[in-house]
Each structure stands twice: as structure tokens, then as C-alpha cells.
Write a protein that binds this ligand. Structure first.
Ligand code: TXA
Ligand code: MG
Length: 343
């Protein structure tokens, strides 16, 4: 396909390069840009052709809608119909930042962004480079994670470039993403908001602001056959490195003896700092056992590292599910296709 043979420019974060990126977006092109969560594959959200090119570049299913990114709160008004009180409270508290809210969409949003749904997901990122590019372009920017669909989301420019070179017009190198996994997604339509995807902004933090929310059951459970999903992204295979990931739900001793008895080459452990000295395999760690934020930050980075190391199998320790841990477990379960060994 002709648009799969682009000359991908590698850009830095100078004013000049940011201007170049904004220009590409205004002209309907595709730019990978850093955000505080993961790198995004951005296009003008109001340009239907540009938006369709996002799906082509990623190989993304045509029924998995995109998040629209804005630089300041006022930019939301033309894009949505109603902003209820709870949404305003959350925006006040968590924007700019790693929270995406879903609203009824306005007619300005082309159907390709929402896959024909009557709602649209909106996020105001906090990353200074993302914000500058959005501001300079003067446009709302549709951006899914900048990876081929099904793979591990990118947290460095090299991750984007390796996946999407020749498929996008430019990649901006803004260093490593601080959060390391995607934003929290919450549906704000209806009386009780519903958490669709956990992220760095936790369910606990949201409830402290607006009271009880519903935690969608698809966050920690595989979908039943034919089950209706509220967030289409939940039904696809996701976050899969080349290696097979197996999650082990066990206490220290049982985890160590399970990992140590597995034979074969290129088998690695994804565990915690405290575990390393007990394990006879090469390990990458998620940090200290009680540090969920470090786990969030390192999960995708390490899954990319395992691919570079040629891993065939990754024996991952089941993380804790409190706070940001819920997001870590949600992503890890999907990368393992929900394969959990319970000991
Ligand atoms: O942190 C993030 O959110 C990153 C950065 C680039 O901002 N973006 C991101 O986009 O993770 P993506 O496309 O990889 O994930 C968006 C998720 C998908 O699961 C999609 O199904 C869901 O949000 N989504 C988008 N619009 C929706 C809608 N109207 N209703 C329900 N779910 C929606
Ligand atoms: Mg994604």
C-alpha cells in the first residue's frame, strides 16, 4: 500500500521540530508523539482520511475507537454534548494527566474516530511536548498507542520507530514515558461512572472525588463468548510480546520453586527486586514488591526488553491489585492471554 512506504522522519523536541510535527498533523499526516503515559500515534481528529490512516498504520480493528487529545479544557466544548458535574470535578482534579473520560459526542467528530459510536473519549495529556504539538497544530488530536495492534504499547521513541517506521510521517523522540502504561478510561455517560480501563489515576482516587463508581468486570476477567463490551479495546488480544507470558499466582517460596524447576533456554522471570537472589533464571524486575507505581512504569518497558533479549517464555509474578496495581494486573493478564498458574 502506498501509505505504508513513508519516509519516517525522526524528530527531536526543538521548537523547530515541534513546528514540523504540528505542520504534518495540519496536513493530514501521522506523527508518533510522547505523552506521559505511552507514545501516541497522532492525527487530526477532524480529518476523516487522516483518522482512517491511523487504523491502517496500526492494523487496528475498525470497531475499536480512538481517544481525542486536547491541550486546554475549553477545547472540549465543540467535541462533546454534555459535561456533567462529576466530569467537571474529575477534569479539575486530574487534567492535564493520565485520565480519559467518555462523553456523548458532538457532530463535529467524524464517525471514524468513534467507529460509529455516539460517545467519544477525551483526554488532556500533561506531557509538555504533547501539549505543545496539540497547541501548535490548533487541532484535537486522535491518538491510540503508537504500536502495531496486539503488541506491547511503546514507552520510548525507539519502540515506536521499530514498530511503525515507513507507516508514519514522523516520530518525535521525547525520551521515556513517565507513567509507562495507558491512561485510565472512565465512561461518564449515565448516573454512575464506569471504569473501563484502569490506569495511573486509580479507582480509589476517583471515588474520593465523586463517590462510588462501577468497576467493569472485563478489567480482570476474560470476556464470555458473545458478551457485550462497553469498551471495544477490551475484546482484543493485547500487549503481547514475542515471548509467551505465563503469570504465576503464588507466595514467595512456591513462586521460586516453580520458576527454578522450569527447564529450557531463554526462559526469564518478571518479578520483584526482593526475588532476584532466590531465582536461577535471568530476571527483570518491576521494582520493590510494594511499589505499584514502579511496576506500572516498568511493565511495558520490560516486556520490550524481553523481546530484545530473545525470550521465549516469561514467568511473571502476579502483581498486587491495589491502587495502580490494578492497571498492572489488567495489562499483564492480557499479555498472558489470561493464562495464570495458581499454586
Ligand atoms: O494513555 C493513553 O490513553 C494513550 C495515549 C496515547 O494517550 N492512548 C491509548 O489509546 O491508550 P488506545 O487507542 O490504545 O486505547 C484506547 C482505549 C481502547 O480500549 C478503546 O476501545 C477505548 O479506549 N475507547 C475509545 N473510545 C471509546 C468510547 N467511545 N467508548 C468506549 N471505549 C472507548
Ligand atoms: Mg493501545
Amino acid at each position: 500500500m502506498s501509505d505504508m512506504n513513508k519516509q519516517t522522519k525522526l524528530l527531536s523536541t526543538t521548537e523547530n521540530d515541534i513546528q514540523t510535527a504540528a505542520g504534518i498533523l495540519k496536513n493530514g499526516g501521522l506523527v508518533c508523539l510522547p505523552t506521559e503515559t505511552v507514545y501516541g500515534l497522532g492525527a487530526n481528529a477532524l480529518n476523516e482520511t487522516a483518522v482512517k490512516n491511523i487504523y491502517k498504520a496500526k492494523g487496528r480493528a475498525a470497531d475499536n475507537p480512538l481517544i481525542v487529545h486536547i491541550a486546554k479544557f475549553d477545547d472540549i466544548y465543540p467535541l462533546v454534548k454534555n459535561i456533567n458535574r462529576k466530569a467537571r470535578v474529575l477534569a479539575e482534579k486530574f487534567w492535564p494527566g493520565p485520565l480519559t473520560m467518555i462523553f456523548e459526542k458532538s457532530d463535529k467528530i467524524p464517525p471514524a474516530v468513534t467507529c460509529g459510536m455516539d460517545t467519544v473519549a477525551i483526554r488532556m495529556p500533561s506531557h509538555p511536548i504533547a501539549r505543545k504539538i496539540i497547541e501548535k497544530s490548533g487541532l484535537p488530536i486522535a491518538a491510540p498507542s503508537a504500536n502495531i495492534s496486539g503488541g506491547v504499547s511503546p514507552v520510548t521513541a525507539a519502540h515506536c520507530y521499530d514498530d511503525l517506521k515507513d507507516r508514519v510521517d514522523a516520530v518525535i523522540d521525547g525520551g521515556e514515558c513517565e507513567v509507562g502504561l495507558e491512561s485510565t478510561v472512565i465512561l461518564m455517560v449515565g448516573d454512575t461512572p464506569r471504569l473501563l480501563r484502569p490506569g495511573f489515576v486509580t479507582a480509589e482516587q476517583i471515588e474520593a472525588q465523586i463517590g462510588k463508581i462501577i468497576i467493569d468486570s472485563a478489567i480482570l476477567n476474560p470476556l464470555d463468548k458473545g458478551q457485550k463490551v462497553l469498551s471495544p479495546g477490551m475484546k482484543y488480544k493485547h500487549y503481547s510480546p514475542k515471548a509467551k507470558v505465563i503469570i504465576i499466582d503464588a507466595d514467595d517460596e512456591k513462586y521460586y520453586s516453580y520458576v527454578n524447576q522450569v527447564e529450557g533456554e531463554n526462559i526469564f522471570a518478571l518479578c520483584y527486586d526482593e526475588d532476584v537472589s532466590h531465582i536461577n533464571k535471568k530476571c527483570l524486575t518491576l521494582g520493590k514488591h510494594n511499589d505499584n507505581e514502579s511496576a506500572a512504569n516498568r511493565l511495558f518497558y520490560n516486556l520490550h526488553q524481553f523481546d530484545l533479549m530473545g525470550a521465549d517464555k516469561i514467568l511473571a509474578r502476579l502483581p498486587k491489585t491495589d491502587g495502580v496495581g490494578l492497571a498492572v494486573v489488567n495489562r499483564l493478564l492480557r499479555s498472558a492471554g489470561f493464562e495464570v498458574v495458581k499454586l
